[in-house]
Write a protein that binds this ligand. Structure first.
Ligand code: ADP
Ligand code: MG
Ligand code: MG
Length: 254
């Protein structure tokens, strides 16, 4: 599903080019959940941005294949239409646009790019209601402007409703657990499982903490440090990181 090979990326605007990803390789097969953990500044969010095609990040080496296609050659909207979903550490507010408008436009644009029929208003609302119920988000919230005045937890749940509505092949979720209380964490974890834990889907879960992984059990856990994967293990690696800290576990790698 996703094959990242020796990826190098930099931010050209910073001091004549600041190298952030330094030879990152990672493969996610259909049906797998991969967690990426790592200290602050390791390049986790940069990886998510580069996969999404965010302007300002330049790939200087390596390759990324998504469902057999060259992801790096695709525009951001083509990546989304091909089934890539990005969940952001800091979801943006879009004043003046309701969630319902935004998501219906987004879904139908993606369907059109895939040469599928658009959903009618009624079909869309039925679909949206099901996904909102899954994340215990009131439909009234979806009628409000995107993320405007939402609490941290509401933004994250709304983002998972977006994911459910768009029904991607691969979700890259950047610190979806940040700012969630214990109940919301469980709701979001269960939502991710319900939407994405399927044989034809994959998840890249970027997180600082083990706690989300209690709900969304990863098949693999990777440690990202200084722009590359330095260690890969199974779910118990996340527990060790939580118990012993990054420094202790990474000392072994060094
Ligand atoms: P993480 O998500 O693992 O905490 P980031 O990918 O956000 O790490 O950042 C990796 C490194 O790149 C950090 O040193 C950060 O300061 C730097 N960085 C990221 N984005 C920018 C930017 N837009 N301008 C300057 N430096 C940046
Ligand atoms: Mg960070
Ligand atoms: Mg980050």
């Amino acid at each position: 599903m996703l094959e990242i090979k020796d990826l190098h990326a930099e931010i050209p605007d910073v001091n004549g080019g600041k190298q952030i990803l330094n030879g990152l390789s990672l493969t996610v097969n259909a049906g797998e959940v991969h967690a990426i953990m790592g200290p602050n500044g390791a390049g986790k969010s940069t990886l998510a941005y580069v996969l999404g095609g965010r302007p300002g990040y330049e790939v200087t080496g390596g390759s990324v294949k998504f469902a057999g296609e060259d992801l790096l050659e695709m525009d951001p909207h083509e990546r989304a239409a091909a089934g890539l979903f990005l969940g952001f550490q800091y979801p943006v507010e879009i004043p003046g646009v309701s969630n319902v408008q935004f998501l219906r436009e987004a879904l139908n644009a993606q369907r059109q790019a895939r040469e599928e029929e658009p959903l009618t208003g009624g079909e869309f609302l039925k679909h949206a209601k099901e996904q909102a119920a899954l994340l215990k988000l009131d439909m009234d919230m979806l009628k409000r402007q995107v993320n405007v005045g939402f609490s941290g937890g509401e933004k994250k749940r709304a983002e998972m409703v977006q994911m459910g509505i768009l029904d991607p092949k691969l979700a890259v979720l950047d610190e979806t657990d940040s700012g969630l209380d214990i109940d919301a964490l469980k709701t979001v974890g269960n939502g991710i499982n319900a939407i994405m834990r399927k044989p034809d889907k994959g998840v890249l879960l970027i997180t600082h903490y083990q706690r989300l992984l209690d709900y969304v059990k990863p098949d693999f856990v990777h440690i990202l440090s200084q722009g590359r994967i330095v260690k890969t293990g199974e779910a118990d690696l996340a527990q060790r990181l939580e118990a012993e800290g990054y420094d202790a576990v990474m000392a072994e790698v060094a």
